[in-house]
Write a protein that binds this ligand. Structure first.
Ligand code: FES
Length: 133
């Protein structure tokens, strides 16, 4: 059953929009929404190179229509999910199915259940970074 996540307006106002879902095993997973020409795209908030969050809730991961991995700097096309540079070259972000209806974004992916807006609760948003200074 599709669940409303947020409005398209909210995604456009402050992209990427971060929210949390639960996968079939009951584990929380973070998802990011980015505005695109033909609607909104949703990606699992994790780099394809290592388990590194792309977005930490401050909007810093999106630059000029590209998602920037904070760990090694690979750039992903924010709307296609592809990466052609850095350690993640040749990979594509894991996509999550969403749909837009009357200005709202709905989670339509059968594999995931909407939990809440924002980052996962059970974890420090910066904890997957190994760049501890
Ligand atoms: S963890 Fe993202 S490029 Fe290495």
């Amino acid at each position: 059953m599709p669940t409303r996540v947020t409005s398209v307006e909210a995604v456009e106002a402050d992209p990427p929009y971060l929210f949390t879902v639960v996968d079939p095993r009951g584990d929380e997973e973070e998802v990011i929404l980015v505005p695109c020409e033909d609607g909104v795209e949703a990606w699992v908030n994790s780099c394809t190179h290592e388990a590194q969050r792309l977005e930490r809730g401050h909007g810093a991961s999106l630059r000029d229509d590209e998602l920037v991995c904070p760990k090694h700097g690979s750039l992903f096309d924010a709307c296609a999910g592809d990466c052609d540079n850095g350690p993640a070259a040749g990979t594509t972000l894991v996509d999550i199915e969403v749909a837009v209806n009357r200005g709202d974004v709905f989670l339509t992916d059968d594999g995931y259940e909407f939990r809440h807006a924002g980052p996962a609760d059970d974890d420090d948003p910066s904890s997957t970074s190994h760049l501890r200074l």
